[in-house]
Design a protein around this ligand. Structure first.
Ligand SMILES: Cc1cc2nc3c(=O)[nH]c(=O)nc-3n(C[C@H](O)[C@H](O)[C@H](O)COP(=O)(O)OP(=O)(O)OC[C@H]3O[C@@H](n4cnc5c(N)ncnc54)[C@H](O)[C@@H]3O)c2cc1C
Ligand code: SF4
Length: 358
């Protein structure tokens, strides 16, 4: 089941909900952006106007970025300083903050099989998100519905032993997989270069040019964590503006709006697989503690070279299971009991759901 044609590719989506007072607010109004403030790494932002003067503003950052000094939370805070976004947020109030990983690999990163005896995968965890549109709710619902129908029919016919094969065949023919197949060429392009990805994203919006993009040979990618370069490559670190507490906020304030609650003394759901000392040494010496910057919950903290988990801050976005960068795969952060499956190099995958979630 785990063999994908390509390893899955991921982005982190950071989002805030605002109560807005902007005169241009109109329910259903949408802004999608590409580029700013991410420079030469892939990503873009969105602003969706919902009902009752609420608007969602967010930034999606491709986790294949190279610079270990990139701070994803600060990039999002900077995104809101763009005049077009800022104008919308003027005199408004941020009421909610969250972050979550999205699967962006599309058709070529789907599992070879969608079910196995005793297991059926549905929704985004199975990779059914349509990243071109950043829409995954409808594919999650459709895949869940298809799974329920197949289970029900198999039970009625007393054919549960054939369920896995029936479901695999049904998913391959389903509308949600056809939808991914229709834009299959696009995800591979932004792995080659973000600007190629932006151009492909535009061209994939129109049927004649979409076929042209689908014919492109860019299908191979490597897991996101392999793309991170050692800190020594980067002499100049990004400088982020200080927070004004009007449009941009300290992470502690944002975490207070995340709605995630843990007991302060709850046992940590995060642990290091492998030798902790080796992990700490490699993270500090080779990558200069990237965990402190990719985690949108300020969970990782190095104190005198020793890693401390502020596990109560975790907003369960899953970035750490994807972006921790140790090539031998023996050392990883394991969040929520989840782990990357041991697959051949270049074929690892995280996002396994573990039922011991507390
Ligand atoms: C910033 C952002 C913006 C988006 N915008 C849109 C949009 O506008 N339109 C759209 O259609 N889609 C959008 N999506 C995508 C959409 O949110 C997902 O595709 C959709 O929520 C997937 O649904 P799901 O049920 O498969 O997974 P999820 O909604 O992620 O649900 C999985 C659930 O499983 C729980 N869980 C995880 N691990 C465990 C465990 N070990 N044990 C028990 N429970 C566990 C999680 O807490 C979660 O509640 C967006 C995503 C992001 C990140
Ligand atoms: S610890 Fe991991 S899952 Fe939790 S907020 Fe940080 S990166 Fe996300």
């Amino acid at each position: 089941m785990t063999l994908q044609k390509n390893p899955q590719m991921f982005s982190l989506g950071l989002k805030e909900v605002w109560k807005v007072a902007c005169p241009e607010y109109k329910p259903g109004y949408v802004i999608h952006t590409a580029g700013f403030p991410l420079g030469t790494s892939f990503g873009g932002g969105f602003l969706y106007c919902g009902a009752n003067n609420y608007a969602s503003v967010g930034l999606i950052v491709g986790l294949n970025y190279k610079d270990p000094y990139k701070n994803l939370y600060e990039e999002f805070q900077r995104f809101k300083s763009h005049p077009k976004v800022r104008k919308f947020l003027e005199k408004g109030q941020c009421v909610c903050y969250g972050a979550r990983v999205l699967e962006e690999g599309g058709y070529h990163s789907l599992f070879a099989r969608h079910s196995a005896p005793g297991v059926i995968m549905v929704g985004s965890g199975a990779g059914y998100l349509n990243f071109h549109k950043i829409k995954g709710v409808h594919t999650a619902i459709r895949s869940g519905k298809l799974a329920a129908e197949n289970i029900f029919q198999a039970m009625q016919k007393n054919e549960l032993n054939k369920l896995s094969a029936i479901h695999n065949a049904a998913v391959d023919k389903s509308a949600f997989v056809r939808e991914l197949r229709d834009i299959r060429g696009y995800p591979g392009t932004f792995f080659v270069h973000p600007y190629l990805g932006y151009a492909a994203s535009f061209l994939a919006s129109f049927k004649p040019t979409r076929n042209m993009i689908n014919a492109l040979p860019f299908k191979k990618s490597c897991p996101c964590w392999m793309n991170t370069r050692p800190a020594a490559y980067y002499k100049k670190k990004p400088v982020y503006p200080s927070h004004d507490n009007v449009y941009s906020f300290d992470i502690d304030k944002s975490l207070g709006l995340s709605g995630v609650h843990h007991e302060y003394d709850q046992p940590s759901h995060l642990k290091i697989r492998g030798e902790v000392k080796d992990y700490e040494q490699m993270s500090v010496e080779l990558y200069d503690k990237p965990e402190e910057r990719f985690c949108p919950g300020k969970v990782f903290e190095f104190v005198n070279g020793e890693l401390k988990f502020n596990a109560q801050n975790c907003i369960h976005c899953k970035t750490c299971t994807i972006k921790v960068c140790f090539e031998d795969g023996k050392m990883r952060v394991v969040a929520h009991g989840e782990d990357r499956v041991d697959m051949p190099r270049g074929q690892r995958r995280s996002q396994l759901v573990c039922l011991d979630y507390k």
